[in-house]
Design a protein around this ligand. Sequence first.
Ligand SMILES: [Zn+2]
Ligand SMILES: [Zn+2]
Length: 355
Amino acid sequence: MKKDYYNILGVNKEATQDDIKKAYREKAHKFHPDKSGGDEAKFKEINEAYQVLGNPDKRAQYDRFGTAESFGGPQGGPAGFDFSNFDFNNVEFDLGDIFSDFFGGGNSKRGHKVAQRGRDIGVSLEISLEEAFKGIAKELELRKLVRCMHCKGDGTEPGTGKIKCKTCEGVGELKKTQRTFFGVFSQTAVCPTCQGEGQYPEQACKDCSGEGRVRKIEKLSIPIPAGIETGGVLRIHGKGEEGIRGGEAGDLEIKVNIKEHELFERDGADLYSEIGIPFDMVVFGGNAEIKTIDGKVDLKIPAGTESGAIFKLAGKGMPYSASRRGDQYVEVYIRTPKKLSSKAQKALKEIAGEL
Ligand SMILES: [Zn+2]
Ligand SMILES: [Zn+2]
């Protein structure tokens, strides 16, 4: 991994720390995966470069060895940087800071944000079999982009208006004419300043820097329906990330995993369990208490029941509609006595010939 960090940030080797910081902000803003035209891979690369060049000590090391792979090499430099698990959500920088250059004055050369759908969010949730049986409302805390309350998602500072785009004069697109040897070609392109809207906020909202959304922890109560199977996916419309400037919110997708249960195995709506019963009960018959997912029932064990016999408890399985449940199947095994008094041993030996 030979990477030219200067090249990645678009600065030269003489750049001051301020130049580097500025270049980083510009690029991080441009390629942030939350934005239109964002690029996660690029964004990681930019952050990787800034981790090194933004730190004078690391930068000096880098300058000396030329490449990042020299780090931790035979020269005994500091440990290498592993960005393979880099989480861009945890990158610490102030979005407002980045945007301040961007929206300042309203005559920026770069594009303003237009409405855009928010991203979907996927999470997984683990519940118990009992919870899957009853259905449950699960509380969830999600750190995500939510609507900015200050501007109500519009991105415009309250009390200020919108101004006509100066680049395209409100048309939303630009015509480019090129004279070549073969003739005159003209091309229209979406205006990069207003992104085709023809106007932009006179003053970007102070709280969200014009995005119309801010990152916050949102508490959600997720209704998990009774009978859900492991791997089941719930899709909640509009609970993903808020869209940019009032754009539609993404969806929240929750994958539900059900924990292994110590007593039950599940196959669709049916449950399987085992019961160990004493030797005399299989011989003479009797009542065995069986645990079900929602209580217990008495199961009549007929005299002469064999080990491995399976009994069906109708309607004691998992729900699969509002009023219907699967069944529970109970496999009987004989509990062999481990400790017997000498009296019992003697009696058993006496009758052993009959068994
Ligand atoms: Zn706002
Ligand atoms: Zn424009």
